[in-house]
Design a protein around this ligand. Structure first.
Ligand SMILES: [Zn+2]
Length: 368
């Protein structure tokens, strides 16, 4: 079924989308946020051991201690006009990310015989887990590809499995290890809201969470169809199970909240103590002030965080390989409105508000 009324021609549709885009740009001022992102950035750290994080835009993060690599989302396929075109994983863009960030196949998987040169010196190094924060395209489009390329574990509810099957059905130039992928259900049963996993020296806790209500998520629906085939329109990727993720190593911890929604069970104060919160802000600028404040207050109270790193604020159509100084903000997110509230609350709570460097490994606890 076509999304568009048949009587609207291509030129007319472009005009309609142009007007909608212009309205977003005018309404979604982000000039102050751009200045803020340029002058409040965490320094990149040299590539060495310890708790390292690399930010790829949206909420894709690579956590890497030199041996164990954990990929949150793994969305790197950027395509212009993705709202009106069908999308699927871009093998060149994924392979560029693998090479640039020295991502390696899962350690100890004998089925994966060929290791790229950047992995040859350390047989223990590798991608041990892929965690799509939920099944929408801007989180999970490339998750299955990454997991099958690495032959590793994939946190997968039925929507992620549907995307996995659709990805598997496509032809890929690179050798893939579909049989080696181990699915990890997000929770042991429907009435459980957390799951703890040991991954190398990291302890990972998956936390069932809400997704921010917005028109796109309603358009996409709750689940991805088992009949999904690629390429597909972005609203064919349902939400599935939405997660926040806490990752701890050596007594230091981060909490990643990709979807600007709180955990379904209110977190007790200190229950998920975290030094740093990677706080999704996509769509938050359109929410009432009280909702923005409550989101911040709940997460800071529960974690006692001393640093907040906003994520999911960039334009997801700009190819990552073209990003140099910083990501471009999405024109539709009213980032200045969110920043204004967050700056006030950060000062009140004595929390640092800082932006992650684009595509460079950094120590999230640096200076704390
Ligand atoms: Zn989403």
């Amino acid at each position: 079924m076509s999304f568009y009324p048949a009587r609207l021609g291509g030129r007319c549709m472009k005009a309609v989308f142009g007007v909608i885009f212009l309205a977003f740009v005018l309404a979604g001022c982000s000039g102050r946020f751009v200045e803020f992102a340029a002058s409040n950035r965490i320094d990149a750290s040299p590539d060495r051991g310890g708790f390292g994080v690399t930010f790829f835009g949206t909420s894709t993060l690579l956590v890497d201690d030199g041996d164990t690599q954990i990929l949150i989302d793994g969305f790197v396929t950027r395509k212009r006009h993705n709202f009106i075109r069908r999308i699927e994983p871009s093998e060149p863009q994924i392979q560029e990310a693998i090479a640039a960030h020295r991502i390696c196949p899962a350690p100890g998987r004998t089925a994966v015989r060929s290791r790229p040169d950047h992995c040859a010196n350390n047989p223990k190094r590798g991608l041990a887990l892929v965690i799509p924060a939920h099944a929408h395209y801007d989180h999970a489009l490339d998750s299955a590809y990454f997991a099958a390329w690495a032959g590793t574990r994939l946190v997968a509810d039925p929507s992620i499995v549907a995307t996995f099957d659709a990805t598997r059905a496509r032809p890929w130039k690179t050798p893939m290890h579909w049989q080696s992928v181990e699915f990890i259900p997000p929770f042991a049963s429907p009435d459980r809201n957390t799951r703890r996993l040991r991954v190398g020296n990291f302890t990972v806790t998956l936390i069932r969470s809400h997704h921010l209500e917005n028109p796109l998520s309603q358009l996409a629906g709750r689940e991805t169809s088992r009949d999904l085939s690629l390429p597909a329109h972005l609203w064919e990727f349902g939400e599935g199970t939405t997660l926040a993720i806490r990752i701890e190593r050596g007594g230091r911890s981060i909490l990643i909240v990709p979807s600007a929604g709180l955990p379904v069970e209110p977190l007790e104060a200190g229950e998920y103590r975290s030094d740093v919160v990677f706080m999704g802000i996509g769509g938050l600028g359109w929410k009432p002030l009280a909702e923005r404040e409550s989101y911040w207050n709940s997460l800071i109270t529960a974690t006692g965080a001393r640093r907040v790193v906003p994520i999911h604020w960039d334009n997801d159509q700009a190819e990552l390989s073209t990003v140099e100084a910083n990501f471009r903000p999405s024109p539709a997110l009213r980032l200045d409105a969110t920043l204004k509230v967050f700056e006030r609350l950060a000062e009140r709570d004595n929390v640092e508000l800082a932006v992650a460097p684009p595509r460079k490994r950094f120590d999230p606890f640096n200076g704390l």
